[in-house]
Structure formats: structure tokens, C-alpha cells
Design a protein around this ligand. Structure first.
Ligand code: 6R9
Length: 674
């Protein structure tokens, strides 16, 4: 099978009719093997995962049992009693026999400027991580402490994450696009005494004043008395401006430089927390999901290998090691699992990219693929769509023949973007893996596997090994057994990478994930299963928006708006957006004494940017005198969604509205803004 046409399956071949099923290098025998391996993996999850945990990870003390506990009371644990250190497994073991990969590249870093690149070997990584670990220890950080990281995409971010893992501290990384308010919420929520930042970051030719934003957060009343030290990596910009104003600050680069490059690993229980990562939900403040040590490490390692067709590197490179690049930000779960932990646990080299796909021009990604001979490239549909707008010229200028696997993550990929990625970037020769997963799942849970399972543009296809995906009837909560199904997506059995709790609020964890459909993990997404059993994600079934692959709770945006004195009520809904997937549309009624004006709209937009961050900037803000309410006083968001999308012909029943004329008034306002 070599030409793209040959890869398209003929109707009825292998029982996979339909023009959209495409095999890459997959052969039907590999697909058959997947089916039997997958069935075996879910028929005995305990043996499946314990065998892998023993063969893929190095344990200081063995675990007695693989899995215990249940979804119902949120007591699932993996490999408990086993002792392990993730940093040891991701770094140290590769420097030693039998791997002997100390001289091999662990990190390829590319800064904001394309000429600014660094290659960091495993041995250098080990030394740097140990220095940071010693600097943290010397400052009083110890096992179990939460360390908040607010950093640019520089190698020091990876060093610090791994240094925390090494000494048993729990990192809580905050994406560098979040505002001071959002940082303060997370510091307060995690009672984090320690914060690591950098004097500045760079993105698209502009300086990001990270330390200043961090200082503003730390000075907020709710953080005073919590934060003891702010460690500042400096030297990112020359003469980082007057930053050492208070004794809370530690000039971290200096402290790190004078440390010894040797630091013993803290042997952790497999169920000790490894990190916290905050994510948005449908209600309340973002929740800090807690991932633990052994299970997360195994899941990150295993899914990286399987989903991207990568083998663990067990010896010195023979010149054809994969060059793996996930161009996400380490501040999101994608960066945690598929920039830092997954690749390094497999002993491969990982790419860290500080800049944007548009800098200095829209050919940046493809220029990097050519220069670094990248073989696995992993990005989000929103990035693909925004690059497609500039046409085919940019990618055609570069030699992309090193590529083998192209990945997408974050939202469903529309067929046009899939086709462009597959044909233009992958030259119709690469597998496109559509990886469905969440902050909560720790790693991929549904994806096609390169060379193993077929792809269908727009479908994330089939469950990963060890994952039992079920489609439930949302009303009855019953499993739909027919192959073709539409309903909510749940997972039936525990898997090692699942988050174990919401920090400080186990009840919330149970309420959100475990209670809606007892006995199952509820992902919050709707899906369709087609006639071949392939899964198509239809989107969130809760009030969570997906804007450029970023999860944003409508409740968070609403609370940012109502904090403004002019706003009486706010209702936020998603609108279809060509590039971002979803945009943010805000309807607000105004308090007494305030009038609608362009100035006010600007202020409200800024209020959201200040409370959350620029990535949550609303696309439309519509001040109004009334919202569509039911007679019992509930805002009808269903109607607002239709108005915002301009779908008045499918409004549905409006008879329960207190004042049906609101619909006409609001749609006129929306039309004017389009
Ligand atoms: C990894 C990540 C999770 C939500 C998830 C779903 C959406 C992610 C997807 C996808 C369709 C894919 N999502 N991957 N939808 N196809 N391949 O994005 O984590 O930020 O927690 O978001 O993103 O709605 O529930 P997170």
C-alpha cells in the first residue's frame, strides 16, 4: 500500500466500509492484533498494567498489588506500597548502564528567535535538575510541599518540574497566559508556600513580564501569609528591571549555579501526589486535579510510546532515534504528559518551543520540522486552522519528509483541517493521530495508533489499551450495547493515569466525575459511536467552553463580569468560531445608573482578561436590558446559545419565557456585531 488511493479501504474490505476509513502503514493484521490485545487488556486490567509497570519502570521497592479501590468512593489506587521516583525513571536511569544514554539529547529547546536553540543531554539534564533540587531544598522546600511554577517555556521549567519530582515536592504549574488574579486563586487553593517564576519570558518578539504578574498575585491579600519565597530565574532579559525589592524574592539563577550537581532521589510511594494541575469545570472556581506518582508515570510513558509509535530508547542512539515535538505549552496537561514526562520516561529527546506558530512568520513550525528533522509532530486543530488560512505556500517551502506521525489534541478536528494536515504537511504518508483525553485522564484514552488502527478524519477512533469506553444513554444512564450509539462518554474501569481527587475537595471530585453515572467515570463529553465502533466526540455536555483547545468554564467568565459594578447579571455561552472552535459570547444586564456604551464593553472585556487571562477574551459582549428568563427566574442558556449562533429557526419551545420579545431584541444586537 503506497499511494494515498491504495490506503483508502475498498468497501467491505476488512469489514470497514465507507470512504473515510484510511489505513496508514496499518495492515489489517495489525488491526486484528489491536482488537485482541485491547480485549485482553480490559479483561484483566490488573495483570495488563502490573506487567507493564514492572517491565517499563524501575522500582526501588516492588508494589504488592496493581489496583484497588472503586470509582464510587473515589478510592482508586495503583501500585500502592511500591516505591519509586519519577525523576529517576525519566532522567537518571538513562544516564547509567544498561541504557548509557547520558550523552544523548534529552531536550531540544528552541527559543522565541529561530536562531536561539539549545541541545541538552541526559547528563546535563541530570546535573541541572539536581542543582535546582538542591537549591529548593536549601531554601526549605521539602517532601509534600506544593511549589507553584509560573514560567516561560524555557528548559528551567522542565528542570524545576523534575526537581520537584526528585525531592517529592508537588508542582502546580500555571500557564503563563493566566492573570495575577488567576495565579492568586491557585496559590491560595494549594496553600503554596513556594513560587518559581522568571524575570521575563519572550513570545512572538514581545517580553512577557512574568515576574511582575507573579508579584501582583503574591501581594494580593489572599496570598499574604501563604507565600514564603518567590524564586526568580533571571537573565532571561538583560537587566531584568528592579526586581529584588523584597526579601521574599530569591535570585534563583545564582542560588542554583552554586549548588552541587548531585542530589539523591526521594523514594515516593506510588500513590504520593506528583503534581496538581488546575482546570476549569462547569461551576465554581477551577479545581486542582491531583495526579499521583507511579500510575501517572506508567500511563504517560505507555501512551507516548503507543500513540506516537515510539519505542523506549534502551541504548545509545544508532542515529535513527525519533525527533519528537509536542508544541503545546507545558502549563497545560498536554505539556506535562507529552513534553515532559512521557517522552523523557521513554528516554527519547523532547522538544520545547518557546514561541508561536506565527513568529517570525507562519512557516515557523515547518521551518523547525526541516531544521530539526522532526519525525513526530503534535499540535492542536486550532493551530492547524489558523495556519491553513495563510495557504499552502509556507509549508511547501520546507522539506517535511522527516515527518512520520502527526498528532492533534484538544478538540475535534474538522475534516478540512484534517485533510490539510494529512495531505500538505504529511504528504499523505503520515499517520494523523487524533488523541482524545483530558487533564483528568492524565494521558490519551481514545486515539488511533499509527500503523496499527485505521484513521477516520474527525473521529478519535478507538480506545487505548486498558481503557474500556462505554456510551451511556444520558437519560436512563444505561449502557447502549448497539454498535451505533449516541450518548455520553464514560469509562468503565480504572486506569493508572486517572486523577485521584480534587485538591482539598474530594466531594467535588465525586460529584463531578463519579456520581453522575454511578460505577463509571464521567468525562463530561458527548459522543457518537459509528457503525464500525469508532468514537466521534460531539463536545462538552456541561457548561465548559473549548476555546482554541483551552477549557474555560462559563461560570468563571460570568463571575469576572459580575465583579464589575456595572453588571447586574451575566450569562455566557459558546459560539461557533472558525479558527478557535468556540468563541465566547457574553450577555449582560446592567446595574442601575449604568448605560450601554462602547467604553463599557471595553471595560468588561478587560475585566475578563484581568480575572482569567488574555486567552479568555470574549468575542462578543452584549449589554442588554433583559435576558431570556423562565417564569421561575432561570436564565435560558439554551435560547441564548441559539441567538448567539444566529440559529433562530431552531430556537425550540419559547413558551416558557417570561418575555418572548427579548429574543428579537437580542438577535438584532448579535447581528449588528457580526
Ligand atoms: C488534553 C486536553 C479536555 C477536553 C475534553 C474534550 C476536549 C480533547 C479532544 C477533545 C475531541 C479530541 N478534547 N481532546 N475533543 N477530540 N481529540 O485537551 O485536556 O484541557 O483538560 O480538555 O477537551 O472536550 O473533555 P483538557
Amino acid at each position: 500500500m503506497s499511494s494515498p488511493e491504495a490506503k483508502r479501504l475498498k468497501p467491505n474490505s476488512d469489514n470497514m466500509s465507507g470512504p473515510k476509513a484510511i489505513y496508514d502503514a496499518a495492515t489489517s493484521s495489525n488491526f486484528e492484533l489491536y482488537k485482541s490485545d485491547h480485549a485482553a487488556s480490559i479483561s484483566d486490567i490488573s495483570s495488563y498494567w502490573s506487567e507493564l509497570a514492572n517491565s517499563k519502570l524501575d522500582w526501588y521497592a516492588p508494589f504488592p498489588n496493581a489496583v484497588s479501590g472503586s470509582f464510587e468512593d473515589g478510592s482508586v489506587s495503583w501500585f500502592a506500597g511500591g516505591k519509586i521516583n519519577v525523576c529517576y525513571n525519566a532522567v537518571d536511569r538513562y544516564c547509567n548502564a544498561p541504557y548509557n544514554r547520558g550523552g544523548e539529547t534529552a531536550i531540544i529547546w528552541e527559543g522565541d528567535e529561530p536562531t536561539d536553540t539549545k541541545y541538552i543531554t541526559y547528563l546535563e539534564l541530570q546535573n541541572n535538575v539536581c542543582r535546582v533540587a538542591n537549591a529548593l531544598k536549601a531554601s526549605g522546600v521539602s517532601k509534600g510541599d506544593v511549589v507553584t511554577l509560573y514560567m516561560p517555556m524555557i528548559p528551567e521549567l522542565t528542570y524545576t518540574m523534575l526537581a520537584c519530582a526528585r525531592i517529592g515536592a508537588v508542582h502546580s504549574v500555571i500557564f503563563a497566559g493566566f492573570s495575577a488574579d488567576a495565579i492568586a486563586d491557585r496559590i491560595e487553593g494549594a496553600k503554596s508556600k513556594w513560587v518559581v517564576t522568571a524575570s521575563a519570558g519572550k513570545r512572538g518578539g514581545r517580553d512577557l513580564p512574568l515576574k511582575n504578574i507573579c508579584d501582583a498575585a503574591v501581594k494580593k491579600e489572599r496570598c499574604v501569609g501563604i507565600v514564603e519565597k518567590v524564586f526568580v530565574f533571571d537573565g532571561m532579559v538583560p537587566n531584568g528591571s528592579g526586581w529584588i525589592e523584597e526579601d521574599i524574592h530569591v535570585r534563583f539563577s545564582d542560588l542554583v549555579d552554586c549548588q552541587r550537581p548531585v542530589c539523591p532521589c526521594e523514594w515516593m510511594d506510588a500513590e504520593d501526589p506528583l503534581f496538581i494541575l488546575y482546570t476549569s469545570g462547569s461551576t465554581g472556581k477551577p479545581k486542582g486535579l491531583v495526579h499521583t506518582t507511579g500510575g501517572y508515570a506508567l500511563y504517560a510513558m505507555h501512551t507516548t510510546a503507543k500513540s506516537f509509535g515510539i519505542a523506549q530508547q534502551t541504548g545509545p542512539s544508532n542515529g535513527n532515534a525519533p525527533v519528537y515535538a509536542c508544541v503545546a505549552d507545558a502549563g497545560w496537561i498536554t505539556g506535562h504528559t507529552y513534553i515532559v514526562y512521557g517522552p523523557l520516561l521513554n528516554g527519547i529527546s523532547t522538544f520545547m518551543f518557546e514561541s508561536t506558530p506565527m513568529y517570525p512568520d507562519c512557516g515557523r513550525y515547518w521551518d523547525m520540522v526541516q531544521r530539526h528533522k522532526i519525525s513526530v509532530f503534535y499540535t492542536a486543530p486550532t493551530a492547524i486552522r489558523s495556519l491553513m488560512r495563510f495557504g499552502d505556500e509556507a509549508p511547501k517551502k520546507y522539506d517535511l519528509s522527516s515527518l512520520k506521525v502527526l498528532g492533534t489534541v484538544g478538540e475535534p478536528i474538522n475534516p478540512a483541517a484534517w485533510q490539510w494536515y494529512y495531505e500538505l504537511i504529511g504528504n499523505s504518508k503520515c499517520a494523523v493521530v487524533d488523541t482524545y483525553w483530558q487533564t483528568e485522564t492524565g494521558g490519551h484514552v481514545i486515539t488511533n495508533l499509527p500503523g496499527v488502527t485505521p484513521m477516520k478524519p474527525g473521529s478519535c477512533t478507538l480506545p487505548c489499551y486498558g481503557i474500556e469506553v462505554i456510551v451511556l444513554d444520558p437519560v436512563t444512564g444505561k449502557e447502549i450495547t448497539e454498535t451505533e450509539a449516541e450518548g455520553v462518554l464514560v469509562i468503565k474501569q480504572p486506569w493508572p493515569g486517572m486523577a485521584r481527587t480534587c485538591l482539598g475537595d474530594h466531594q467535588r471530585y465525586l460529584n463531578v466525575y463519579m456520581k453522575p453515572y454511578p460505577g463509571y467515570y464521567f468525562a463530561g463529553d458527548g459522543c457518537r459511536r459509528d457503525e464500525h465502533g469508532f468514537i466521534w466526540i460531539t463536545g462538552r455536555v456541561d457548561d465548559v467552553l473549548n476555546v482554541s483547545g483551552h477549557r474555560i468554564g462559563t461560570a468563571e467568565v460570568e463571575s469576572a463580569l459580575v465583579a464589575h459594578p456595572a453588571v447586574a447579571q451575566a450569562a455566557v455561552v459558546g459560539i461557533p468560531h472558525e479558527i478557535k472552535g468556540q468563541g465566547i459570547c457574553c450577555f449582560t444586564t446592567l446595574a442601575e445608573g449604568f448605560a450601554e456604551s462602547d467604553e463599557l464593553v471595553k471595560e468588561l472585556r478587560n475585566a475578563v482578561r484581568t480575572h482569567i487571562g488574555p486567552f479568555a477574551t470574549p468575542d462578543m459582549i452584549i449589554p442588554t436590558s433583559a435576558l431570556p428568563m423562565t417564569r421561575s427566574g432561570k436564565i435560558m442558556r439554551r435560547i441564548l446559545r441559539k441567538i448567539a449562533a444566529g440559529e433562530l429557526d431552531t430556537l425550540g419551545d419559547t413558551s416558557t419565557l417570561l418575555d418572548p420579545s427579548v429574543v428579537g431584541t437580542l438577535s438584532e444586537k448579535v447581528e449588528k456585531l457580526r
